[in-house]
Design a protein around this ligand. Sequence first.
Ligand code: PLP
Length: 438
Amino acid sequence: MDCQKGIKLYERAKKIIPGGTQLLSKRPEMYLPGLWPSYYSKAKGCEVWDLDGNHYYDFAQMGVGTCVLGYADDDVNNAVVRAISDGSMCSLNCAEEVELAEKLIALHPWAGMARFARTGGEVCAIAIRIARAYSKKDKIAFCGYHGWHDWYLSANLGDSSNLDGQLLPGLMPLGVPRGLKDSIFPFGYNKLNELEDIITKHGKDIGVIMMEPQRAVAPEPGFLEGVRKLATKIGAVLIFDEVTSGFKMNLGGIHLILGVEPDIAVFAKALGNGFPISAVIGRKEVMASAGDSFISSAFWTERIGFVAALATLKKMEKNKTQASLVRFGELINKGWKDIAQKHGIPIQINGIPPLTSLTFKTEHPLEVQTFYTQEMLAKGYLLGAAVYTTAAYTDSIIAKFISDSDPVFSEIKESIKSGGIKSRLKGECKHSGFKRLV
Ligand SMILES: Cc1ncc(COP(=O)(O)O)c(C=O)c1O
């Protein structure tokens, strides 16, 4: 696969864009350092064309979990094009903002109000501001990844390994004011005792508990209920971060399935099928604090995000998209399990089916993962450690993905037997977390 144009462009990018790109998960180093196509010219459905004209099926991240309906979905695009023709920005507000608020509240009957922004990190920061304003307490107990903002990275001002168990290892708090030290404390998922310890130590000062209701593993019985109970007991606002989990298993937050209601929930990724739109919804009395705090931004009012979200929700509802996302994820999992068993390779599959991740339980798992990516790229697939499914997949595309993976698993098995896979890598091993690019 000759993808030199993209490789060369990324080399230019790294000289003038610190970090190479705006998103860690889109760095080529996270897939195949020095060999990844890096840039696209066109994306449609689950297909991608790079700058050299090569064609791929996307089993990487489908736009980092945003494009659940598929890239450049015709219905969403048509709604957006109409909004652009009629003016996507104006001195007056757009009516779709109110319509989207009503829709999200209708889907989550416990919530009474909504605010909007454009990215996941933004709505996490907004939710934290509202929660602190409501509880009148600064300290936060948290679990999981919640974006790049100061409030979150300040966890590493206390102990630089605080964020290591929270999805993205190696995040440095450089540039985060030291005054935020000891304002935010981590607990592990399914580790209610760790949250209890934080509360014993800082109980009366904890105003916010922030977590994803579910990510890599399912909640153990009583865990989420226990968190809810503790939050209520100490008067903390419970925020569920559904930036990634929302609209994947069901039409709305995954907490609707799990049966535990937060005080605030935040959504982003899938909400606009790739167009920037994010939402904070919450109980009326909690959200009302947003009226007392200054939370305001010009581009949070532009029309495209609201229009895209309404068109996306309409299509998801009509097509029962989430059922497809789950079914395709289950098909991929079954395929991986079958070929792993056939070749005797120990693997572990984590996550909800629409966001499924594969770990090789072998020696040097990162090298094995890099090799799998390298070989699948040559066969026309973009592939990382996790697959975010899309309704644009078909059974036959998934069947081909698995049958094309089969000989690669065979080679993996062979190389394990013959003492290592490193010599089969054409470049460096991929990165697994945040690293400074040199
Ligand atoms: C759970 C969660 N919260 C927050 C974020 C940050 O969202 P964004 O990258 O849109 O700022 C992410 C991104 O992956 C996420 O998965």
